[in-house]
Design a binder for this molecule. Structure first.
Ligand SMILES: Nc1ncnc2c1ncn2[C@@H]1O[C@H](COP(=O)(O)OP(=O)(O)OP(=O)(O)O)[C@@H](O)[C@H]1O
Ligand SMILES: [Mg+2]
Length: 615
């Protein structure tokens, strides 16, 4: 007898559901996308316990008949495509006919709906429990659809275990809901958690209502850029761009939101185009904030490779890059001169020039449609290629050996002398190279290069660990407590770990919305820019999860502090500072930074002799 058999329906459904539903935020994403496809103008997301207990999504879209309600929860059942040909021109957010079946398989789900049709006076309701239809009856529903998903993963213990705190799950939900609401300006959108309205964004129907758009953006992503947002509106042969930009966003493109044909994309080429508009090479230093809608002929872009794919492929990416960069640069140069709203009249076609094309795939209703005029020319491919190819960096003479002169780090800062050689400060400092490295000669004639940032990082890290071990990390109380505004997602991770921060020498408190107030920092961080550091903390906490021990988590926090607190490459160090750094490196036997990068490399005299063919 063979060993291969077909899986049971319930196992197949759980596997499929696992791919669609990872956490409460995936449910919210699928339900909001369905409401958008249904032509909703109003969507309310109402959560209990950050979505862990209950997620309700209510819309005023086209609704479903009683027959369709029974169909919509089945696998591969959709109204959005019907033939293979349709696959290549999908305009809706969904098309696989899988989301509701997947959500229903791993929760208790109730769908109430009534078609938005005068002829139908009664609505209907279905209830699904772990994939089984347990109820189907008439109901006195309002027009539109209301879906309530309770006890997500109640029947998948493995997934339930991985759910994080309500604050973290809420953060993920808010991030995805905000992105979908930003993408669709015509939507009135509300996000409620535990009965409290967290986000309320009014819909903007008049495309030339710049003030309304700016207010909407502020209600979704905060008002820090509202005063300096400039409108932009550019039209090319096969593509068009509209939206808002401000000169000072967070580094790394964190405040750049790009919607390509209505979908949020995190495409590196597009983010580079926006970032480089401030001047080439400044991405690391300065970066714009932007909310941009890019519309492009669907045949010139491959976005449907995978429904969740956020990177896309363009037929002519160089032209798209240059077009976006030029448009953003033009808007920013205006904005930098006068930090006020650029009137929408600056567009060619003020009434309908806003380029978002939103057509409900289920109803065919058009919300905004761009009439199109041709200005601006696509750029050449070469400049884009050049800007991406970069210098590959030649090989060094030979592969330097990472020093392991001392077998391991002394376990605490208390070990003053180097056990391996017994000599204090055998390294002689020669000087500084490229504001990043300290060049030294060792007693045996070896050439030693110390990476000043990596070495400082390690020293700071050891200092913090020593303080933590003693239960006393030197702190610096801030004269004025600092308020830091975080993204909902980052806020979730920070507020979930307040005790960890207390142990690491901070004093902080949640402060309304998604901000925190910092009252005390470890002394190493005094005078440092805190918001970026907290963003880094949040991403470390997200990556390393809760499964790790407190000590491991504290180590991650210390590594971030040390990285920001100490001398960075690019700092010129005086002779005394160089010598004291080298002395500490030797004293503690520093070999690597806390992230594992080498802090020191050594070339033996014989190797140097070989470079010069003296051997
Ligand atoms: N809020 C809603 N209003 C009206 N119809 C809806 C709504 N939600 C779902 N539907 C209907 O139910 C069908 C199934 O929804 P489901 O999300 O499972 O699949 P889909 O949206 O077609 O594709 P995908 O799995 O890619 O999301 C949809 O095609 C649509 O016809
Ligand atoms: Mg769907």
């Amino acid at each position: 007898m063979g060993i291969i058999r077909e899986l049971s329906r319930s196992v197949i459904e759980k596997i499929a559901a696992g791919e669609v539903v990872e956490r409460p935020a995936s449910v919210v994403k699928e339900l909001i996308e369905n409401s958008i496809d249904a032509g909703a103008r109003m969507i309310v997301v109402d959560l209990a316990d950050g979505g862990k207990k209950r997620i309700a999504v209510i819309d005023d879209g086209c609704g479903m008949t009683s027959d369709d309600l029974a169909m919509c929860v089945r696998r591969h059942a959709t109204s959005k495509i019907s033939s293979e040909g349709d696959l290549w021109q999908v305009r809706s957010m969904g098309f696989r006919g899988e989301a509701l079946a997947a959500i229903g398989a791993v929760s208790r789900m109730k769908i109430e709906s009534k078609p938005n049709d005068q002829g139908i006076i009664e609505g209907a309701v279905v209830e699904i429990e772990g994939g089984e239809l347990v109820k189907h009856s008439v109901a006195g529903s309002a027009n539109g659809t209301k879906i309530v998903v309770s006890d997500l993963f109640y029947n998948v213990p493995a997934r339930l275990k991985f759910m994080r705190s309500a604050a973290v799950e809420y953060g993920h939900i808010a991030e995805c809901a905000i992105s979908l609401a930003l993408a669709n300006p015509h939507l009135r959108f509300e996000l409620i958690d535990g009965g409290k309205k967290k986000i309320v964004a009014a819909g903007v129907f008049d495309a030339s209502d710049t003030k309304g758009m700016v207010a909407r953006i502020a209600s979704l992503i905060g008002d820090r850029y509202a005063a300096s947002l400039a409108a932009l509106c550019e039209d090319g042969a096969e593509l068009s761009l509209w939206g808002f930009v401000a000169g000072e966003g967070r580094r790394g493109g964190k405040d750049i939101h790009i919607f390509l044909n209505g979908r949020s994309v995190k495409d590196r080429m597009l983010i580079h185009a926006v970032s480089s508009a401030l001047g080439d090479g400044t991405m690391r230093e300065r970066c714009p904030a932007a909310v941009l809608w890019l519309n492009i002929d669907p045949s010139a872009v491959d976005i449907n490779v995978h429904p969740a794919k956020r990177e896309v492929r363009f037929v002519n990416s160089g032209a798209v890059h240059d077009f976006v960069k030029a448009a953003v640069r033009k808007a920013l140069s205006g904005a930098l001169q006068s930090p006020c709203f650029k009137p929408a009249e600056a567009c060619d076609d003020p009434g309908m020039a806003f380029l978002q094309k939103i057509v409900s795939p289920q109803t065919g209703e058009k919300f905004f449609e761009h009439t199109g005029s041709s200005i601006g020319a696509p750029g050449d491919n070469d400049s884009f290629k050049k800007s991406f190819s970069g210098a590959s960096g030649g090989d060094f003479i030979s592969k330097p050996e990472v020093v392991s002169k001392h077998a391991s780090l002394p376990s605490s800062v208390g070990d003053v002398q180097c056990e391996a050689c017994g000599v204090e400060n055998s390294l002689r400092t020669i000087g500084q190279l490229g504001l990043a490295y300290v060049l030294c000669e060792d007693a045996d004639g070896s050439f030693v290069i110390v990476d000043q940032h990596a070495a400082h990082e390690r020293l700071g890290f050891e200092e913090l660990k020593k303080g933590y071990g003693k239960g006393d990390i030197p702190g610096q109380r801030l004269l004025l407590p600092e308020r830091i505004e975080l993204s909902p997602r980052d806020f979730g991770y920070i507020s979930e770990n307040l005790q960890l921060f207390e142990a690491a020498g901070f004093e902080l408190e949640p402060f309304g919305g998604t901000s925190i107030v910092v009252k005390m920092v470890p002394a190493l961080l005094s005078g440092m820019e805190l918001s970026e550091i907290f963003e880094k903390f949040a991403s470390e906490l997200e990556i390393f999860g809760t499964a790790n021990s407190v000590d491991e988590m504290i180590d991650r926090i210390f590594a971030v502090i040390a990285c920001h607190a100490r001398v960075r490459s690019g700092d010129r160090l005086g002779t005394e500072e160089l010598c004291s750094l080298v002395k500490d490196v030797e004293r503690l036997g520093v070999t690597h930074c806390p992230h594992g990068r080498p802090a020191l490399v050594r070339f033996a005299p014989t190797e140097i002799a070989r470079w010069f063919k003296r051997d």
